[in-house]
Design a protein around this ligand. Structure first.
Ligand SMILES: [Zn+2]
Length: 423
């Protein structure tokens, strides 16, 4: 698996741009990182679900990315990621994208055939017993039972990833795209032992993945901080990174293989652990964010006052009215306390500064309201319904929005994860 031509660098960040207007402001955050001495390659990601809700096509993401790169003179690699695609949804992404997040979470737990499990277990006998992971004190032991149970649960998912990978390869040509396999949108986290066995299966299936997105333990709610046991997260993250290094040297997976953290944006409290683990293992990471940028559009609109503030308030009031419908598709990744949601009448009376203070993810700001933030995170459909009026206002207030978008991505995400300091 060495004949790849398109190679994802050690550090990369996935950014989402719901309305395709912030690519330049996002790329500026990567330029700031470059000035600070570190190359972070951007990947603009958008899922089929987002395209469907907004009524956009993958080509618009490609256009916005290309234009931003041209205008800012970015000389480094960048990507357009078909986020969370599968066999049924990949077609519309084949032309525009060069990064494919193959989502097989729905196939986890579909039991593999007994013959397949037997074949897998006998082909991977060498994994049985204690595994020496480089740089980790207590490495783990894999039993016959681990091997068979993991195969039972995950082989069907891995084979499905193989089918989708070959579908993309047939259209794009080998080596012309980055492949990721994602298993994060499921109910149970994968352990590091499972991750190692899954990587063996992926290698056996012949998928030259450059990133893998497991589900980590803890809650990764949209647009708000991590909820869970920080020590456990760090322990597992360390073992995951060490398991990947093992898989690269023993299973022949690409040398740049790294974890993709589908963060749901804004997981500030785990960023120091991610940074220190990367340093310790000299490893890379792909940090996938998305909705955090759309929330900065709202912050910028609110701060701009006038019609911008007006539409930001309207969006909250409409989202409040439609909250059940908006939240339903995201039920497992949001945690809104309805009692914390201000009534529309209260919000109608807010100044731009008050709106921004409630919205902006500044954990030490007493007015910061994480329920309001999560509701608006899933409320982009409301803005999409406002159509050209919304787009005209974000164009009119481009400067103030861009400042918020760049600062949010750079200071709150890039600095703590890749540069290693608190913003
Ligand atoms: Zn994901």
């Amino acid at each position: 698996m060495t004949d790849r031509s398109l190679v994802l660098g050690r550090y990369s960040i996935g950014t989402g741009d719901r309305f395709a207007h912030q690519a330049k402001a996002q790329l500026r955050a990567c330029m700031l990182a470059l000035q600070a001495g570190i190359e972070i390659q951007p990947a603009w990601n958008k899922s089929n679900r987002e395209h469907t809700i907004i009524g956009s096509e993958p080509g618009s993401v490609r256009q916005a990315a290309d234009a931003a790169v041209r205008q800012l003179g970015w000389k480094h690699p960048y990507f357009v990621d078909a986020d969370h695609i599968g066999a049924r949804t990949v077609d519309r992404f084949l032309e525009a994208c060069d990064f494919y997040t193959i989502d097989v979470a729905d196939f986890i737990g579909q039991e593999a055939e007994l013959a397949e499990i037997d074949a897998f277990a006998s082909a991977h006998k060498s994994l049985l017993g204690p595994i020496r992971l480089e740089g980790v004190e207590d490495s783990f032991t894999i039993t016959e039972n681990d091997l068979r149970l993991t195969a039972t649960k995950f082989l069907t998912a891995v084979k499905t990833a193989g089918v989708v990978y070959r579908q993309i390869e047939a259209a794009k040509g080998k080596g012309n795209f980055v492949a990721e396999v994602s298993m994060d949108e499921t109910d149970r986290a994968q352990s590091p032992v499972e991750l190692l066995i899954i990587l063996a299966a992926i290698a056996g299936e012949g998928i030259p993945i450059q990133t893998i997105a497991p589900k980590f333990s803890g809650q990764f709610n949209k647009g708000v901080d991590y909820v869970g046991d920080l020590e456990q997260f760090e322990r597992e993250f360390v073992l995951d990174v060490a398991a990947i290094a093992y898989a690269v040297s023993h299973f022949g997976l690409p040398g740049n293989l790294k974890l993709s953290v589908h963060s749901g944006s804004d997981k500030f409290s785990i960023y120091p652990a991610i940074h220190s683990t990367m340093k310790r293992f000299n490893a890379g990471v792909h940090l996938k964010t998305a909705g955090t940028t759309w929330l900065e559009e709202l912050v910028g609109l609110a701060e701009s006052g006038g019609d911008g503030l007006e539409i930001a308030k309207e969006i909250y009031c409409d989202a409040f009215a439609d909250r059940d419908e908006l939240c339903a598709p995201y039920a497992t990744v949001i945690d809104i306390d309805a009692r914390e949601l201000p009534s529309p009448n209260v919000v109608r009376g807010w100044s731009g500064e008050e709106y921004a203070a409630a919205m902006r993810h500044n954990p030490v700001e007493p007015r910061y309201n994480k329920s309001l933030r999560q509701l608006l995170h899933v409320g982009f459909k409301v803005a999409a319904k406002k159509g050209s009026r919304y787009l005209a206002l974000i164009e009119e207030n481009e400067d103030i929005i861009a400042r918020n978008v760049t600062e949010n991505l750079y200071k709150r995400h890039i600095v703590p994860v890749f540069l290693g300091a608190r913003a």
